[in-house]
Design a protein around this ligand. Structure first.
Ligand SMILES: Nc1nc2c(c(=O)[nH]1)N[C@H]1C(S)=C(S)[C@@H](COP(=O)(O)OP(=O)(O)OC[C@H]3O[C@@H](n4cnc5c(=O)[nH]c(N)nc54)[C@H](O)[C@@H]3O)O[C@H]1N2
Ligand SMILES: Nc1nc2c(c(=O)[nH]1)N[C@H]1C(S)=C(S)[C@@H](COP(=O)(O)OP(=O)(O)OC[C@H]3O[C@@H](n4cnc5c(=O)[nH]c(N)nc54)[C@H](O)[C@@H]3O)O[C@H]1N2
Ligand SMILES: [Mo]
Length: 743
């Protein structure tokens, strides 16, 4: 049975991190895996000779201090370093149908998967299987398909550059571009918006730029919970005189005030107040906000004419767009004064950085919204200048690197080099992105699902549909570290294949190996595991892909060399992927930063060689009366679908996750009271009823008309067809719901 979910509620915190943050993190890390193992692991996070923190993609500072970790990283490490195991006895004791009743928290707590396991057709149990039999089984299924496009190769963002490169090579040599990844659910909207406008799907700032900014605008991002190390950079900027504007429907603790655990003031003092202006915007109101800010800046003549003339195109059409103020105020829920003040701050700043994350990317108009931010930055010439730029803050620690390595359903620009290097022929037509993959599985156009990391069942929208699609597969293969929901909704045949985590020593024929990752600011560096593997049955992700390659395609490609020595993989990456020349040598020390034409020289590799203004008609979600607009977000005690615990300290929640945050006036207006238990029912204008049961109403200072609850509990509410325009990202932050009393 699921754990008892009985949240208790107290008032939300006004500051993040500081002593409680680090103490909680340490307690978690030291208490769980055993004192010595835990502390040794923590001392190696983000050190030059240690491993990259699996917590998030925020970059490490040049000089790594031995305290360069946060509660978040400590928990992620503890999760991986745990001595608990899901072993043969565990799987013999618990049937798959029983495990399907467990929630993510309980599944994850079971610990590391100890050896390869198989669920045979019609069996309700996983049983052990040898690695060689597992590869034979996969090869039989893949080679038995009528068409390579009947296979789907998903990737999550913790996978190293080396494993990612090998994996996309394998899929393409096998004959498909079906390489959906967690990016499709995450920053795809940023990638699309930025590629069209500045010619590269990545941000244009370095960590040093953050420190040097005059104005930092943080939109739709909750760094206190999700990128705690970013707070150190914000504090530094703040001390150097920067001001900070936060745009968010919720007053998030880390945005308001920060207690740095790594300085005495943070430990004993009151912390640093961070935000100078807080705009409590309505969900999905950002497009209207930035369109209005742009118009005000033009009105005031606060435009960088030289930059616009020299480096941009499309300004004339953009300059002609007009603002409907009534619509703007109603879409944003802000006052005109608030918007004017924000525009003043933009106008006064010589170095502005706009940071954003899921609060922008998971909306229907996400791409257009991000392009409106690009417009404002172009208007002021805020690209390719110190302390200025665009900063999509990535989630998974190597999600950006995976895309650089070709994990993408679209053949990357360097595909001809890949084909020439390996003598393969990648099909030209794009493959399935994540949502399209689920649709294809549903139609039985896809029959084999392979997931390199991640938890596809729980991370995807429309949970019931996704799970049915997974169950309909002839074969599902999950390459994982810990147990999760995806494992308990297997295809007819199901494999769970356990791999080494990033903290663990990876020894191959040529000796101990390291892997490489790319952070949110395009810095590439090495990551070397330091702990003994939790089980002798684990293999590395590179070894997994290499053996898969040999089993399915034979020795036509250098799989054996790749597995024996990862330098052989990096040599090929250097030959194929631009920016990786002389890869091995440049990894020495703290690694290197990839070229970024907009940042490095105001060069824009777009169709006309200019940075492009966009004209997108402003839109905002419409919400019928009596309904709320719901977003699904993260608590402080989870990493995506991995639920470490049932508390959300910063938002004042303990002992439960089934809560729905609503504005107190909305609660009353809808005829409810704080503490009521309700069902959430989403409305998409189709005939399907999507319901999530038993949530406790929590009155909370969220913007009017808006509500929030946690991911992945909310995923059953998101219709599969409800995706952002042009990026196909599920609109997990724009769900029209009604609250229904429990009888
Ligand atoms: N502890 C922890 N760290 C993590 C993760 C985790 O699960 N746990 N996940 C990692 C991953 S993969 C990612 S992608 C990142 C995610 O990092 P975030 O994007 O910070 O994650 P969310 O919790 O989804 O928070 C979204 C924020 O945007 C706000 N928001 C929602 N909708 C809107 C809107 O319409 N407009 C505006 N202006 N704001 C809005 C929400 O109130 C919330 O503060 O974090 C990474 N780091
Ligand atoms: N409703 C809603 N849905 C969302 C979101 C949202 O905000 N709201 N956010 C979306 C976002 S931003 C993202 S990034 C996705 C996340 O989607 P995923 O990346 O698919 O999910 P995770 O929960 O990060 O995956 C956790 C699992 O990864 C495995 N794992 C951990 N470390 C390793 C490793 O080193 N190697 C391997 N092979 N496996 C490992 C473990 O078995 C663990 O159970 O979810 C998306 N879904
Ligand atoms: Mo993400």
């Amino acid at each position: 049975m699921a754990d008892k979910d009985e949240p208790t509620v107290s008032s939300p915190k006004r500051s993040a991190a500081g002593v409680p943050g680090i103490v909680t993190g340490l307690k978690y890390a030291l208490g769980k895996p055993g004192i010595v193992r835990g502390s040794r692991a923590l001392l190696r996070i983000n050190q030059a000779d240690g491993f990259d923190c699996p917590g998030c993609a925020w970059p490490e500072p040049g000089h790594r201090s031995s305290a360069e970790f946060c509660e978040n990283g400590a928990k992620a490490v503890a999760e991986e370093a745990t001595r608990r195991q899901a072993d043969t006895t565990f799987f013999a004791t618990h049937s798959i149908s029983e495990l399907a009743q467990w929630d993510e928290h309980r599944l994850g707590r079971t610990g590391r998967i100890e050896r390869p396991m198989v669920r045979r057709p019609d069996s309700d149990h996983y049983e052990p299987i040898s690695w060689s039999d597992a590869f034979t089984l996969i090869a039989e299924h893949l080679t038995g398909l009528d068409d390579p496009n009947q296979a789907v190769f998903y990737t999550s963002g913790r996978t190293s550059n080396e494993a990612a490169f090998c994996y996309q090579l394998f899929a393409r040599a096998f004959g498909t571009n079906n390489l959906p990844d967690c990016s499709n659910y995450c920053h795809e909207s940023s990638g699309v918006a930025l590629t069209e406008t500045i010619g590269i799907g990545k941000g244009s700032v370095t960590l040093d730029d953050i420190h040097k900014a005059d104005l930092l605008v943080i939109v739709g991002q909750n760094p206190g919970t999700n990128h705690p190390r970013m707070l150190t950079a914000l504090e530094k900027a703040k001390k150097a005189g920067a001001s900070i504007v936060a745009v968010n429907p919720m007053p998030e603790a880390g945005l308001l005030n920060f207690k740095n655990p790594q300085t005495p003031r943070g430990v004993v003092g009151g912390g640093t107040p961070l935000t100078d202006q807080f705009l409590r915007i309505k969900l999905g109101g950002d497009h209207a906000l930035f369109a209005a800010i742009g118009a005000l800046l033009r009105e005031r003549g606060a435009v960088d004419t030289e930059f616009i003339t020299e480096h941009t195109s499309g300004y004339k059409a953009y300059a002609e767009t007009e603002i409907d103020w009534d619509a703007t105020l109603s879409a944003t829920g802000l006052t005109r004064d608030e918007i004017e003040e924000a525009a003043d701050r933009f106008a006064a700043s010589d170095a502005t950085i706009v940071c954003w994350a899921m609060g922008l990317t998971q909306h229907t108009g996400a791409v257009a919204t991000i392009q409106e931010i690009v417009n404002v930055q172009l208007l002021r010439g805020m690209i390719g200048r110190p302390g200025a730029g665009l900063c999509p803050v990535r989630g998974h620690s190597n999600v950006q690197g995976d895309r650089t390595m070709g994990i993408w359903e679209v053949p990357p620009p360097w595909i001809d080099r890949l084909d020439a290097e390996f003598g393969i022929e990648t099909p030209p037509e794009p493959g399935y992105h994540a949502v399209a993959a689920i649709e294809a599985m549903r139609r039985r156009d896809a029959r084999v699902f392979i997931g390199l990391g991640g938890n596809f069942a729980a991370a995807s929208p429309d949970t019931q549909v996704t799970e049915t699609a997974l169950r309909s597969q002839d074969l599902t293969v999950h390459i994982s570290t810990t147990l999760n929901r995806s494992h308990v909704v297997p295809g007819r045949t199901g494999l769970i294949l356990p791999v080494l985590g990033r903290t663990e020593i990876d020894h191959q024929a040529a000796g101990p190996q390291f892997v490489t990752v790319e952070d949110s600011m395009s810095c590439v560096h090495a990551s070397r595991g330091r702990l003994a593997p939790v089980s002798s049955h684990l293999i590395s992700e590179v070894a997994f892909v290499s053996r898969l390659g040999r089993a399915v395609l034979g020795d036509t490609l250098p799989w054996r060399d790749f597995e024996a020595d990862y330098r052989a993989v990096r040599e090929r990456i250097a030959n194929v992927v631009p920016g990786f020349e002389d890869y091995e040598r440049r990894l020495k020390g703290n690694g290197f930063t990839l070229p970024n034409p907009p940042r490095d020289g105001r060069t824009f590799e777009t169709a006309d060689g200019k940075a492009r203004f966009s004209v997108n008609s402003v839109s905002a979600p419409t919400v019928p009366t009596g309904r709320l607009l719901l977003q699904s977000l993260r608590s402080h005690d989870q990493y995506n679908t991995t639920v470490y615990g049932l508390d959300d300290r910063y938002r004042g929640i303990r002992g439960g996750r089934r809560v729905v945050f609503c504005h107190p006036d909305d609660v009353v207006e809808l005829g409810f009271a704080d503490g009521d238990i309700v069902d959430l029912v989403s409305e998409w204008g189709d005939d399907v009823e999507r319901r999530a049961e038993e949530f406790r109403i929590v009155s909370y200072p969220i913007a009017r008309g808006c509500a929030a609850t946690y991911f992945p509990e909310a995923n059953p509410l998101v219709a599969l067809h409800a995706t952002a325009k042009r990026s196909n990202t599920p609109v997990s932050k724009s769900i029209v719901i009604r609250l229904e009393s429990r009888a």
